[in-house]
Design a protein around this ligand. Sequence first.
Ligand code: C5P
Length: 234
Amino acid sequence: MGKDVIIACDFSSGREVMAFLNRFGEDKPFVKIGMELYYAEGPGIVREIKKRGYRIFLDLKLHDIPNTVKKAMRALSSLDIDMANLHAAGSSAMMRAALEGLTRADGTRPILLAVTMLTSIDEDIMNRELLIDRPLPETVMSYAKGAKEAGLDGVICSPHESPMVHESCGSAFLTVTPGVRFSDSGRGDQARVTTPAEARRLGSDYIVVGRPITQAGDPVAAYQRCVQEFVGGR
Ligand code: C5P
C-alpha cells in the first residue's frame, strides 16, 4: 500500500466540492468526505464523486451497537468507497461486526480505520468526564491495539503517534494522520502541526490535508507540493 495524500473536502455543498475537484482536471486525488457534506447531500454525492474516478475516504466515525454498525457499514460499502472509519470505543465486538458488514460478496472491502481518542479530548476531560483514569497516550495505544486485534487496518492519529503505533501494532498497520501544515503557512485551529516531510519521516502512511489545499490560492499547486514533500517524485 503506497503512501498518499488525502484531501479533506470540508465543503458544505455538492456544488462547491465539484467546482473544487474540477480544478484538478484529469488528476484524481484521494478525497475525504466528512459528516458535513454527507449529511447535507446524502449518499448521492459519494456516488457522484466515485463515478468520476476519485478514491474516497468516507469519514463518518460510526459508533453504535454492533448489529446497527454492521448494517450501516454494509450500506456504506455498497457505495464503493475506499476507506471508512469508526470509534474504537465502540468495543471490539462492534469493530468485528463493522468488518463483516463492510465485506462485499466478492470478498473485497474498504480499508477500515479506528478513531482512538478525538484530539478535542485532552487528558483532563478524559479523566474527569469519561472517567478513564489513565494517561492519554496509554489509552490511545490500548485502543490502537484493540483495533488491530479486531482485524482493522489502522488508526487515525497524530503523525507524532505514528512511530509508537507502528512499533506496537506493526509497520503494516496504517497510520492516517491529519494536522498537517506547510512550514511557511499558519496552523489554523490545529494545536500541534507537522509538515508533509515530517509526517513522512515519522512513518505516516496517509496524510489528511484540508485547508492548506482547499483554501490555497492555487489548490492544485498546493496539492502537488504536498505530494512532492510527502511521497516524493512519482
Ligand atoms: O483543514 P485541516 O487540514 O485542518 O483538515 C484536517 C481534516 O482532518 C479535517 O477534516 C478534520 O476534521 C480532520 N481531523 C483532524 N484532527 C483529528 C481528526 C480529524 O483535523 N484529530
